[in-house]
Ligand binder design. Structure first.
Ligand code: GLN
Length: 490
């Protein structure tokens, strides 16, 4: 097996036994990226020199016998809306095309301090607004399982990087599904942690009450190890929690015996792809056959999550993105006066999806609309949170679909924003409630595209997600974790 085909945990073991060097591991992913990137285009910026220098430093430290983090020498790809000191961070927008952050986001700083070489910055929908990575101002990323399909979004580059073997681990952000949906489409594990579990400092804000950074990995164990590193309170983000970070890896072998699992009826409606519904039912049966107690559960207000999410997200985005005024970055040719400069810079620098949302957000925040839209959405949010609270009195875990379909075709929904929004129907209510959720690969459809199942737990119970995800992974049988990349697509 080649190094780029291994899980982070396997690489970590080899590195710790000094059977391979960090430079060899990093080189393997750089070479793999050289082969697959012309097809997949997961990265906006690749940083092979930085990665190799960081890997060399790890090897030096290991030679000197310094105590190292288990992930030291395991390289990382980072979504390009997460700041990396000295490496441009564009949010896939023309507006920030030249932006080089002066410091690392806390999550990147933790990864670098642990000795994880930075392979590069991955593609996304512009400012993380979208579900297909097609609204990137630069180019779309392609799904490694079928190059004519989208990788999902907005963290499509991170998911495709892990799936195609050009990174063993990646960071994404999930405001309304942007880690879980691309993970499902690309056949990898993707976790949205509890709101407040992972620092948002240096994650360029979309909607601050919803944004969370989260890991992409090949396995639940890899995601657990990586979450362990990035979780915890951060003085730079006052919404992070002081809740202790448990040992996530230690929870993995516990199995699912005795777990109370709620099958989320709203997330497996009849009109979803039949193969997705079958996969969820098989996962439910599998859990029940192995000692979990599975019953149906309804979260009655989640039917309103699409509207509530888009109103809240647009309102917060219009406020957050107000800082992009063209004064320092993204300036268009100077106008006659300052208003003209703002308007031309934003008019020319931002893409259509971003404009659509900023206009909506500004509209609903104006005095005469605030009560009818924003406050109403906040009330719905409270009802959804209460639905979850009462479900978690009866259940340890909720099970449902991540997406209504497997990966759709490039261009299929691009001219129909509402169809694009509807594809997110299963992944918006969790963030409104602040709960953690994971997408785990569970089989393929008849066209060979991966299917993901979603598990959701009560706040700060990520270890239960990892336990169940690990169980499903172990029991799904020998399936290829890697796509056979072929240029033809279909
Ligand atoms: N697809 C969702 C949206 O378009 C989620 C985006 C995200 O999580 N960043 O808003």
């Amino acid at each position: 097996m080649k190094l780029f085909e291994m899980t982070a945990l396997e690489l970590s073991r080899l590195l710790q036994k000094k059977e391979v060097s960090a430079v060899e591991v990093t080189q393997s992913f750089i070479e793999r990226a050289g082969e697959v990137e012309p097809l997949v285009q997961a990265y906006i910026t690749r940083t092979p020199e930085t990665a190799l220098a960081e890997a060399e430093a790890v090897d030096e430290k290991r030679k000197r016998g310094e105590a190292l983090h288990p992930l030291a020498g395991v390289p990382l790809a980072v979504k390009d809306n997460i700041c990396s000191c000295g490496v441009r961070t564009t949010c896939a927008s023309r507006f920030l095309e030249q932006y080089i952050p002066p410091e690392d986001a806390t999550v990147v700083q933790k990864a670098r301090a642990a000795g994880m070489p930075l392979l590069g910055k991955t593609n996304l929908d512009e400012f993380a607004m979208g579900s297909s990575t097609e609204s990137s101002a630069f180019f779309p990323t392609r799904n490694p399982w079928n190059l004519s399909r989208v990788p999902g979004g907005s963290s499509g580059g991170s998911a495709a990087a892990v799936s195609s073997g050009s990174a063993p681990l990646a960071l994404g952000s999930d405001t309304g599904g942007s880690v879980r949906q691309p993970a499902a489409f690309c056949g990898v594990v993707g976790l949205r942690p509890t709101y407040g579990r992972v620092s948002r400092a240096g994650l360029i804000a979309l909607a601050s009450s919803l944004d969370q950074a989260g890991p992409f990995a090949l396995t639940a164990a890899d995601a657990a190890l990586f979450l362990q590193l990035i979780a915890g309170q951060d003085r730079a983000d006052f919404t992070t929690s002081d809740e202790a970070v448990p040992s996530y890896l230690a929870a993995l072998p516990k199995g699912v015996q005795g777990l109370r699992v709620g099958l989320l009826v709203e997330n497996v409606p009849d009109h979803f792809d039949a193969e997705i519904i079958t996969a969820i039912q098989e996962a439910a049966k599998n859990l029940a056959d192995n000692g979990a107690v599975v019953e149906e559960v309804s979260l009655p207000h989640t039917g309103a999550s699409l509207e509530a999410y888009h109103l809240i997200c647009a309102a917060e985005a219009s406020s957050n993105l107000g800082r992009f005024d063209g004064v320092i970055f993204g300036r268009s040719a100077a106008g006659e006066n300052i208003n003209e400069m703002y308007s031309r810079s934003r008019g020319e620098g931002l893409g259509p999806e971003v404009k659509r949302r900023l206009l909506l957000g500004t509209y609903i925040l104006c005095e005469s609309r605030y009560e009818a839209y924003y406050m109403q959405a906040m009330r719905v949010r409270t009802l959804i949170r209460r639905d979850y609270e009462s479900a978690f009195k009866r259940f340890d875990l909720l099970l449902g679909a991540v997406t209504p379909t497997t990966a759709f075709k490039l261009g299929e929904k691009l001219d129909d924003p509402l169809a694009m929004y509807h594809a997110d129907i299963c992944i918006l209510h969790g963030p409104l409630a602040g709960v953690p959720a994971i997408s785990v690969p569970y089989g393929f459809d008849s066209g060979g595209l991966p299917i993901g199942v979603q598990l959701t737990a009560a706040p700060f119970r990520e270890e239960i997600l990892f336990r169940a995800a690990h169980f499903l992974e172990q029991s799904r049988g020998p399936e290829p974790l890697r796509p056979q990349l072929s240029p033809s697509g279909s």
